[in-house]
Write a protein that binds this ligand. Structure first.
Ligand code: NAP
Length: 506
């Protein structure tokens, strides 16, 4: 393990790692694609002093948690593996979730992460200790201190359960799409709430097994043709770099009023026309907002599934549950045995933000009271030696999440090298965070995410800011932030920002 800082300035501030808890150099929270990818790259860089904390009993994040029937990648699999560890053998154009989960497990195993993994270990609090220049963590398995804290907890990991009056009295099984009941028998009457990426994937599969399905749709999604198929034995897979470039060009279609946006809309409308001959049903399935404003979905079996005799599309939200009856806003009532909530996740207000307290005891949730902000989508003023993966403006609405994750991993590795060289805790300046936030806001202003006339999980409802997505091409993000730049961490910037609290918290 590389040592922590050794400069005189640093030595004056601390007397070595705290002795009353186990100390690690880097604590990574979350063993999904981001955490496992970072773990692998840390080891490859010769950094072995890290712990990978995971509250569940397995690695895999999204792909461990989402086991609903039909779960699969919704970007081409060829783009869905770490560039440093490509998976050339995906079975399908869009790999099934279980296959991706197995890939993540395989990477964790073969990259030697076992000694670092602490499964069943939930972070319950993290506080920056100014005096010790270290993070003090509390976990469900005891305390820990770390020079550097990296959160890799995912942006789609906390199910959002809607408040529907009477839901608690429903006599049958009720569960969220990310908490699938694996023992669900076939032949039941199922109600599904939600028509996002999860609902659209699971309904066609569910329809094969259920006696009946009613889908409660509050807002129709735009759906594009998918073209999924199994690869033939020995078939050559698409060239990753070429595919990545092609995918990145789709960002242009997210610029409101662009020709690319219009072309994408035409494709989606043509798909709907081709698959849904009934004009009344087609009207119910036609969104009234710009394509891409909410995530554009890919499916060839969603529209056909809705037209099966035992499947009903209810074009309104549930407003009450009365015993085993679902009451829709339209007044329609449906008797069901099971209720599936494909209602999405807590994204704009991530629960982990309440657990992380930086300088002066200020939490990330407090810092983000008007919506998440950062510099480079990864570092936050007032939170020294903290890196946030998959956090503010780190998602992509048009491309593989791994594009940004891998760039962020590169940034973290560079930050650690810098930290070793200087020994001075890394805190981004308030000015840099403000400038980045301004840039994000300016760039977001012209996109369908803000101008498309929809409500989505990409946008913070408090401020109306786009806080979940990077409003640009993935390649640009990678070029600008895939390598660590120490300039925005200038100490004088930090002082000028005048943040409170140099006092230790205990
Ligand atoms: P989502 O996109 O947030 O969709 C949630 C759905 O539930 C929406 O249709 C929403 O309606 C509806 N809803 C929420 N509360 C409701 C309520 N009280 N009454 C009625 N309807 C309600 O969630 P998701 O489908 O789980 O997808 C989330 C993200 O996960 C996706 O955007 C994607 O990035 C990712 N994902 C990826 C894959 C994949 O790669 N294969 C699969 C699944 C998910 P409104 O639109 O009206 O809010």
């Amino acid at each position: 393990m590389r040592a922590g800082g050794t400069t005189a300035a640093h030595a004056a501030r601390r007397t070595g790692p705290p002795a009353d808890a186990e100390h690690v150099d880097v604590a990574v929270v979350g063993a999904g694609l981001a955490g496992v990818g970072l773990g692998a790259r840390l080891r490859r860089a010769g950094r072995t002093g890290f712990a990978l904390l995971e509250r569940a009993d397995d690695v895999g994040g999204t792909w461990r948690d989402n086991v609903y029937p039909g779960v699969a990648c919704d970007i081409p699999s060829a783009l869905y593996s770490y560039s440093f560890r490509p998976q050339p053998a995906w079975s399908r154009v869009f790999a099934p979730g279980a296959e991706i989960h197995e890939y993540v497990r395989d990477v964790a195993r073969s990259e030697g992460l076992a000694p670092h993994l602490r499964l069943g270990t939930e972070l319950t609090g993290a506080r920056w200790s100014e005096d010790e220049a270290a993070w003090r963590l509390t976990t469900s398995r005891g305390p820990l201190t770390a020079r550097v804290l990296v959160t890799a907890v995912g942006r789609l990991s906390e199910p959002r359960v809607p408040e529907i009056p009477g839901l608690g009295t429903f006599p049958g099984r009720v569960f969220h799409s990310a908490r699938w009941d694996r023992d669900l028998p076939d032949g039941l009457r199922v109600g599904v709430v939600g028509t996002g990426a999860s609902g659209v994937q699971l309904v066609p599969e569910l329809a094969r097994r259920a006696a009946s399905v009613v889908v409660l749709q509050r807002t129709p999604p735009w759906v594009l043709p998918r073209g999924d198929r199994a690869y033939a034995p020995g078939e050559e897979r698409p060239d990753r770099a070429a595919l990545a470039e092609e995918a990145d060009r789709l960002f242009e279609a997210r610029m409101a009023g662009s020709a690319e946006e219009a072309a994408l809309r035409e494709r989606a409308e043509a798909h709907l026309r081709a698959q849904v001959p009934d004009p009344a049903l087609r009207a119910q399935l036609t969104p009234d907002y710009a394509v891409g404003c909410k995530r554009a979905l890919f499916s060839d079996d969603w529209y056909p599934a809705l037209q099966q005799p035992h499947v009903t599309l209810e074009p309104s939200a549930p407003v009450a549950v009365e015993g085993s009856t679902l009451v829709a806003a339209s007044g329609a009532r449906y008797e069901v045995d099971v209720l599936v909530l494909a209602t999405g996740f807590e994204t704009t207000r991530p629960p982990f933000a309440h657990l992380v307290a930086g300088r002066g005891g200020r939490t990330l949730a407090e810092h983000w009271a008007d919506g998440m902000t950062s510099h480079a989508s990864t570092v936050v003023h007032g939170f020294p030696n903290l890196f946030v993966l998959d956090g503010p403006n780190a998602g992509l609405g048009h491309h593989s999440a791994l594009e940004v994750i891998e760039a962020q991993i590169g940034y973290v590795l560079g930050g650690l090298d810098h930290l070793d060289a200087t020994g001075v805790p890394l805190e981004v300046s308030a000015a840099a965070e403000a400038a980045y936030t301004r840039e994000v806001d300016e760039r977001a202003a012209g996109t369908v995410w803000l101008r498309g006339g929809c409500r989505s999980w990409y946008v913070d409802e408090r401020s109306g800011r786009l806080t979940l997505l990077w409003p640009g091409r993935a390649a640009e993000y990678r070029e600008r932030f895939g390598v660590f730049d120490p300039a925005p961490f200038a100490p004088e910037d930090v002082t000028a920002a005048g943040q409170p609290g140099t006092r230790p918290f205990w």
